[in-house]
Design a protein around this ligand. Structure first.
Ligand SMILES: Nc1ncnc2c1ncn2[C@@H]1O[C@H](COP(=O)(O)OP(=O)(O)O)[C@@H](O)[C@H]1O
Ligand SMILES: Cc1cn([C@H]2C[C@H](O)[C@@H](COP(=O)(O)O)O2)c(=O)[nH]c1=O
Length: 216
């Protein structure tokens, strides 16, 4: 039975890597997939992983009807055995409905990958629709970790190194870019709630208030 599967997690937990592995394993067996993405850090029409792998993909513009795109591809004699959609949080809810239609009417597997919540811990509209429609929601097995060692479950945004909770929902960026104006850091819920990033935790640890008596 074909399925719509949502592989979800925080930033930097290996979603794009898994997307590329699924693509590799299936194409190695002669299957042909269509790969979609939106606003990947590597640029338009790219699906990239931090492990250095990258592949071409169809950039999902606001007005792209994914179902119609696949039907058109098939009607022109193209072969499609499955779909991959990375950065699926950025897709509009209607485009997620189109992915579900591909599963139900064209009987193709669709593998969607994305972060569930934004820097304010609010669902992205695309992710919300995926949670509503997916046959399965899979959490990735390799845990991203908070600076404290706990499993990271939330995404924090930093601006010039300080965690922020206001701003546009979509700002393309990366983790470990604290020197950049906008960066991201994955945190456990406890430290996301306390707005405690690795930098603020480090600064607190170095504060004179907590240094041993007599230290310089
Ligand atoms: N130098 C490295 N050596 C080994 N693994 C790495 C390295 N850099 C990144 N990774 C792995 O890649 C993961 C990020 O993969 P990626 O597919 O880009 O994540 P996502 O798409 O979820 O943001 C990290 O959590 C880590 O497991
Ligand atoms: C939390 C959050 C993230 N983003 C952006 C930042 C990245 O460009 C992508 C996530 O990519 P990844 O491959 O999963 O690391 O999403 C955003 O726009 N808004 C946010 O709140």
């Amino acid at each position: 039975m074909p399925e719509l599967v949502f592989f979800s997690g925080t930033m930097d937990c290996g979603k794009s890597t898994l997307a590329l592995q699924i693509e590799h394993n299936r194409s190695a067996r002669g299957l042909q997939g269509l790969i979609f993405t939106r606003d990947d850090r590597a640029g338009e029409g790219k699906l990239s992983s931090r492990l250095g792998l990258v592949t071409d993909a169809v950039e999902v513009a606001d007005d792209l009807d994914v179902y119609a795109y696949v039907v058109e591809h098939l009607s022109q004699g193209g072969r499609v055995d499955y779909l991959i959609a990375d950065e699926a949080q950025f897709l509009a809810p209607e485009q997620i409905d189109q992915l579900a239609r591909v599963v139900d009417e064209l009987e193709l597997d669709v593998f969607a990958f994305g972060i569930t919540t934004d820097f304010r811990s609010k669902l992205f509209p695309g992710s919300q629709r995926l949670v509503e429609l997916a046959d399965r929601v899979e959490v990735l097995q390799v845990e991203a970790l908070c600076w404290c060692g706990a499993r990271a479950t939330h995404n924090a945004r930093t601006v010039n190194g300080a965690m922020v909770v206001e701003g546009a929902q979509v700002v393309v960026g990366d983790v470990n870019h604290l020197a950049h104006e906008v960066g991201y850091e994955v945190l456990c819920r406890r430290h996301h709630r306390r707005r405690m990033t690795s930098a603020t935790a480090h600064a607190a640890a170095l504060s004179p208030d907590v240094l041993p008596v007599g230290s310089a």
